[in-house]
Ligand binder design. Structure first.
Ligand SMILES: [Zn+2]
Ligand SMILES: [Zn+2]
Length: 352
């Protein structure tokens, strides 16, 4: 009855017309200030938010992390609790660190000829996307995979299909998946930028890009030590995947000579690529929009500080570390696995 009365008073008034407020412009994070971004792969051991403090303390303004153990298959679902993710996102915003790069587990091989391993890889990559999105990451870096003798074309097709299946139904938000170029060891896909382009072309609906590793590029045969060599490599990258799709440069010197096709990272300026070449890379106008992320070894305490400082120096800035940095990797790796350091354990290069 009351409803009847109410309805009778309704008349259209132009002032009552609903005019939605324009949506607020997306909030631009503090780190997107156009300044050069220099970061380093930092440890999440103990507490994932601790990685932010380490990177900040080293004088980096960007970082890369693993979002879970990089050399183990996680049984079932490995999620980061929303409370931990929220704490991580808030602290990252406070420190204005960015971009945040998450590197995938090394065991993932989307081109594996073994159906069991390929399925497990797709499941693990699916979880990588879920965790990276929860952390608010900007990039998720993946090694394309290895067909182990199946031939490049079929490996590329297997990877493209697996990427689509693994990402199906997920909301990636701002997250971009970057395929990393490889040194070309064995039958690893991605030492040729044409292979990466073929994957990008096969997945037009996925937010895919590319991560260039300087040590891998050099080991794959591009002589980036010289100005001409760097220009040649960049021209090839631009012709194939397009430089606009390169989000991250992994800045690593190489322990091994040009064209060795193996992946051995060295401290900046101490390897076969050399300091002068890194000066050209960091200041190259075609790479100005990329983040530069170190994956250099930590053989002795302070190596991480020295490598971050070296990159800043090449850009003409002096940045001093305020924090303690990370412990040498070898000790950490043995401690993490609960194995007593016997000295027999073979050191494994990081950022392969
Ligand atoms: Zn990598
Ligand atoms: Zn590597």
């Amino acid at each position: 009855m009351a409803e009847e009365q109410h309805r009778s008073r309704l008349a259209f008034d132009a002032d009552d017309e609903y005019r939605p407020e324009p949506p607020p412009p997306p909030e631009i994070p503090a780190w997107k200030d156009g300044s050069i971004r220099i970061g380093i792969h930092t440890s999440i051991a103990g507490d994932i938010t601790g990685a932010l403090e380490i990177a900040h303390g080293l004088g980096a303004n960007a970082l890369q992390i693993f979002s879970s153990s990089p050399r183990m298959w996680v049984r079932g679902v490995s999620r980061i609790s929303e409370a931990d993710a929220a704490r991580f996102r808030a602290r990252r915003a406070e420190l204005a660190l960015g971009p945040l790069v998450v590197h995938c587990n090394y065991l993932i091989n989307l081109a594996s000829p073994s159906p069991v391993l390929r399925t497990r890889s797709m499941q693990a990559f699916h979880q990588e996307i879920v965790r990276a999105a929860a952390l608010g990451a900007d990039y998720l870096v993946l090694h394309p995979g290895s067909g182990q003798g199946s031939g490049s074309d079929s490996a590329v097709a297997a990877i493209s299909q697996a990427l689509k299946l693994a990402a199906r139904g997920l909301k990636l938000g701002e997250l971009r998946i970057l395929l990393e170029n490889t040194a070309g060891q064995g039958s690893a896909v991605g030492s040729q930028f044409e292979e990466l382009k073929a994957i990008l072309d096969a997945c037009p609906d996925l937010p895919l890009g590319v991560c260039i590793d300087t040590a891998h590029t050099f080991a794959a045969g591009w002589d980036i030590r010289t100005k001409e060599g760097l220009e040649g490599a960049l021209a090839n990258i631009d012709r194939t995947v397009g430089l606009v799709r390169v989000g991250v440069v992994h800045v690593n010197d190489s322990k091994v000579p040009l064209g060795s096709r193996v992946d051995r990272h060295e401290h900046i300026g101490k390897g076969k690529i050399g300091m002068e070449a890194f000066g050209r890379i960091l200041n190259h106008p075609l790479l100005a929009a990329c983040a530069f992320i170190l994956e250099t070894p930590i053989d002795k305490p302070g190596d991480d500080k020295r490598n971050v400082a070296a990159l800043w120096r090449l850009t003409g800035r002096v940045v001093r570390a305020s924090g303690p940095g990370m412990k040498p990797r070898r000790k950490k790796a043995t401690k993490e696995r609960g194995v007593r350091s016997s000295g027999r354990k073979k050191k494994r290069p990081r950022g392969k």
